[in-house]
Design a protein around this ligand. Structure first.
Ligand code: NAD
Ligand code: GLY
Length: 371
């Protein structure tokens, strides 16, 4: 019988009876041993998309055939613009069409879009069926597959409809990153960079030293970056699964970033690109509030730039750009009674969530957006 490679590493999300492992390594996705401990069931449904299916669906299907009598696949259209009700319903069509029962296990094979939608489908089908994350983008391996946030977008706001629902297992096969477009690799680096300023300055130092290796897809460097990111996320989620407080720090850069994604039309700016420019803006706001010095803001800017991410937000409205950002940011899930709450850096390695005066936010947007 095959075993999971000893070169793999496991990070545990510690949530009592909802705890689960994140396995990080290579030769995992197509190895039946990876899935051996999962709950038994008659059927598995692989949810993937038109880009990922031709690359990895056969490998996963073959591995799952050892455990499940029936392995079905549903192939969704690719893109953030399809993260909506219509596409979600295709998963339910497949589940009902194949007569899937409540022991059916869903496998999310793809990036964060597939993971978020599959998780939401798993949370709602027959009021909840088990699911497994098999993330194939860097962004999904370091962030979206971990922690149980699932959602679809609404035209008026990003990730506005969803549920907290934890997977049974996360399988990060680093070999899948070989086929990723460079722009997508950079987007993943955006979510990795955020962990430094909010929680771990040693990791920020490490990223400065190893950014070129990460861009060159050095496996050892990628393994460390995925592992450390998952460890930090596990530490946060283990204390605040449902974001009643601490977990909001994982949204550093996201308040500006989500406004960019929604304002530009989903799919035009990648999520990680919005986060990259958003972190620069949030750091600048932190600086103007006297929470960090200029040297820290500049250090973060340089890291974002080296990762190949945009430093400036786009112009969303020629007549009143800052007003449009503010309008979009008020729809953010962290807003309270219409007041926007920002994740700010309160000294290197430490984050805080708080409001800021509109006039100051306008100044930051004016200073940080490309004409
Ligand atoms: P994505 O899912 O759109 O994937 C990016 C692109 O890469 C897609 O075209 C995809 O088909 C392709 N792709 C995936 N794997 C590939 C591979 N191995 N080789 C070649 N191409 C591949 O985007 P993403 O960046 O992975 O995820 C972004 C989404 O994640 C956003 O919707 C964001 O809101 C969400 N997100 C969720 C959380 C969470 O906690 N749930 C956290 C961060 C981001
Ligand atoms: N990506 C933010 C979170 O999981 O909370």
């Amino acid at each position: 019988m095959s075993t999971v490679s000893s070169a793999s590493h496991t990070v545990t999300i510690d949530l009592g009876e909802r705890s689960y492992p994140i396995v990080i390594g290579t030769e995992l996705l197509g190895n039946p041993a990876t899935y051996a401990a999962l709950p038994k069931g008659a059927a598995a449904l692989i949810v993937t998309n038109t880009t990922v299916a031709p690359l990895y669906a056969d490998q996963l299907r073959a591995a799952l055939a050892a455990k499940y009598a029936q392995v079905h696949t549903v192939v969704l259209p690719d893109g953030e613009e399809h993260k909506n009700w219509q596409t979600l319903n295709l998963i339910f069509d497949a589940l009902l069409g194949h007569g899937c029962d409540r022991k059916t296990v869903l496998f999310a094979l793809g990036g964060g879009v597939i993971g978020d939608m599959t998780g939401f489908a798993a949370a709602s089908y027959m009021r909840g069926v088990p699911f497994v994350q098999v993330p194939t983008t860097l962004l999904a391996q370091v962030d979206s597959s971990v922690g149980g946030k699932t959602a679809i977008n609404h035209p008026l706001g990003k990730n506005m409809i969803g549920a907290f629902y934890q997977p049974q297992l996360v399988v990060c096969d680093l070999a899948t990153l070989d086929t990723l477009e460079p722009r997508q690799l950079s987007a993943g680096l955006g979510e990795i960079i955020k962990y430094g300023p909010i929680a771990d300055m040693d990791f920020m130092d490490w990223l400065q030293t190893h950014m070129d290796a990460l861009l060159a897809r050095d496996r050892t460097a990628l393994a460390h970056a995925v592992r450390r990111s998952c460890e930090i996320k596990a530490w946060v989620v283990g204390q605040d699964e449902r974001e009643s407080g601490l977990r909001a720090i994982l949204n550093f850069g996201h308040t500006f970033g989500h406004a960019i994604e929604a304002g530009m039309g989903y799919g035009n700016w990648l999520h990680g690109e919005g986060v990259g420019a958003g972190m620069v803006m949030a750091a600048e706001l932190s600086r103007r509030l006297g929470l960090v010095d200029a040297a820290f803001a500049e250090r973060l800017r340089t890291l974002v730039q080296r990762a190949g991410l945009p430093l400036c937000g786009p112009l969303l409205d020629a007549a009143d750009n800052a007003g449009r950002y503010l309008e979009l940011m008020r729809v953010d899930k962290k807003s309270e009674a219409g007041e926007i709450r920002f994740v700010l850096i309160d000294g290197p390695g430490q984050a805080t969530v708080r409001a800021a005066p509109d006039a100051l936010v306008r100044e930051v947007i004016d200073a940080c957006c490309a004409a």
